[in-house]
Design a protein around this ligand. Structure first.
Ligand code: HAX
Length: 444
């Protein structure tokens, strides 16, 4: 260990212990409207953002402009080609305008995105220079940043524009970016996993089905899964890491390419979007340790206890806001029972159902995990694997393509409403201790 690191290690341990004790003893102390615990613990429960596109209820889950996921699976327009799941173009319309679209309005957005979908060649050149081993999320962030050369907002700002016109350029950039993401994602996938052999888009397909097609999956069931996947992952109100980061970086008037790339660096974290990859690795490791096949409930219980004893998290379980089963998990369960199970059970999907039965009571019994129920990431990987997409390092990129629809429609609203630079205040541990000491002295 170098000497600076040694000195840091000597300091960090005692300070961490001191902060832990401070939170335990004085966590309820109010710093203005909020408590010491909330300030240290990721601002949970503080309302500090305005987000128009969706709202998360801890008990009920997400509502997009007032509509739940089951309602949207029923009400949003479907593909005229025997579609049974909503087209994500429709939820984008809903988030942006607050109204349900008609079938024609959804087709119109699809055509609009198709016209904008050309990805500049230098983006592929940049990707080609990266080692193939580069994680797909890192490639995704780099590709989005490389596309920033196309930002109409950045170009217009450089020339000088009136504040009231910001939203117009942010709208154009956001639409272009959303239109191009499926091609970028597919390029990363095919380069990394399919011998760099690429597939041209099919102009007859909608945005999500085209993504499946360019990835190399042309079965109707994969089109259907991709339409649902792209719809349920779009947005989760404003405070989650990817949405909040996009909003925060956008508030500095960084253009939509930079703001979204920043958001995606957050989605790439294992406590956020990377959890979908982690869940699959966790299930596969569990199976491997047990020699394959279907584990028993007791074996799953033991594996969960082992994970916790090793100081690791059980991926796909828990949430910063939700306190019940995530309706996005339930939608995927429904997808499994409605479309896959009648043709034969799938072992990995069955294991997910078994984990759902045994994990919550164990997590609850720890006494510290606030939400023992599954989140969206607990199920998505096994559905993709069922249809042949086994490269789980790639899953978070799909989440990211979908998330663009929510965070970019919010970004357009941010500029239309003239939201200013985001700049919350902060405090030091010393400052907190002084405030507590002053309050205690005043009591005597
Ligand atoms: N397994 C083990 N421990 C868990 C846990 C889990 N699934 N969920 C929470 N905990 C632990 C926390 O690590 C924390 O421990 P310490 O006090 O020792 O630090 C304690 O329980 C209290 O945490 P919490 O208040 O219940 O949860 P947070 O709001 O701090 O964190 C997380 C929420 C989602 C990050 C957390 O539940 C977690 O790590 N889950 C596993 C990873 C995961 O599935 N992430 C995806 C979340 C959904 C999402 O964003 N998708 O993109």
């Amino acid at each position: 260990m170098d000497s600076l690191k040694e000195k840091f290690a000597a300091k960090a341990g005692p300070v961490a212990a001191e902060v832990k004790a401070l939170i335990k003893e004085k966590g309820d102390f109010k710093l203005g409207e909020y408590t010491v615990e909330q300030v240290y613990h990721g601002m949970k429960g503080m309302i500090g953002l305005v987000t128009e596109t969706s709202k998360l209820d801890p008990e009920e889950g997400i509502r997009f402009r007032g509509y739940t996921i089951p309602e949207l699976r029923e009400k949003l327009p479907k593909s005229p080609n025997k579609g049974t799941e909503p087209l994500p173009e429709g939820i984008f319309y809903l988030m942006l305008l607050g109204e349900l679209p008609t079938q024609d309005e959804v087709i119109d957005i699809g055509n609009n995105w198709a016209r904008r979908s050309n990805v500049p060649k230098h983006v592929f050149d940049v990707l080609d220079k990266l080692p193939v081993s580069t994680h797909p999320m890192t490639q995704f962030v780099i590709a989005i940043s490389a596309m920033q050369t196309e930002s109409l907002f950045a170009a217009a700002y450089k020339k000088g524009i009136n504040k009231k016109d910001y939203w117009d350029y942010v709208y154009e950039d956001s639409m272009n970016l959303i239109a191009r993401l499926p091609r970028v994602a597919a390029y990363i996938y095919r380069r990394k996993y399919k011998d760099n052999v690429h597939i041209e888009p099919d102009p007859k397909l909608d945005w999500a089905a085209n993504l499946a097609h360019m990835l190399g999956y042309d079965e109707f069931d994969m089109y259907r899964l991709m339409r649902m996947y792209m719809t349920i992952h779009v947005d989760h109100e404003g405070g989650n890491v990817s949405a909040h980061t996009t909003h925060l970086v956008g508030s500095a008037l960084s253009d939509p390419y930079l703001a979204f790339a920043a958001g995606m660096t957050g989605l790439a974290g294992p406590l956020h979007g990377l959890a979908n990859q982690e869940v699959l690795s966790w299930i596969l490791n569990l199976r491997e340790e047990l020699g394959g096949g279907l584990p028993t409930e007791k074996q799953i219980e033991d594996y969960i206890h082992k994970t916790l004893a090793e100081g690791k998290v059980v991926p796909g379980y828990g949430h910063a806001v939700l306190r019940k089963t995530d309706p996005r998990f339930s939608a995927q369960q429904d997808f499994y029972t409605r479309y896959i199970k009648p043709q034969g059970t799938d072992d990995l999907c069955e294991i997910v159902q078994m984990i759902y039965k045994v994990a919550p009571p164990i997590l609850e019994s720890t006494g510290k995990i606030k939400n023992p129920w599954p989140n969206v990431d607990a199920h998505s990987g096994v559905l993709l694997t069922h249809f042949g997409m086994v490269e789980h390092d790639f899953y978070t990129v799909l989440f990211g393509v979908s998330r663009a629809l929510g965070v970019l429609s919010s970004l357009i609203w941010d500029r239309a409403l003239g939201h200013p630079l985001e700049r919350p205040g902060s405090i030091t541990t010393e400052g907190i201790k002084k405030k507590i000491a002053a309050a205690e002295a005043a009591k005597v």
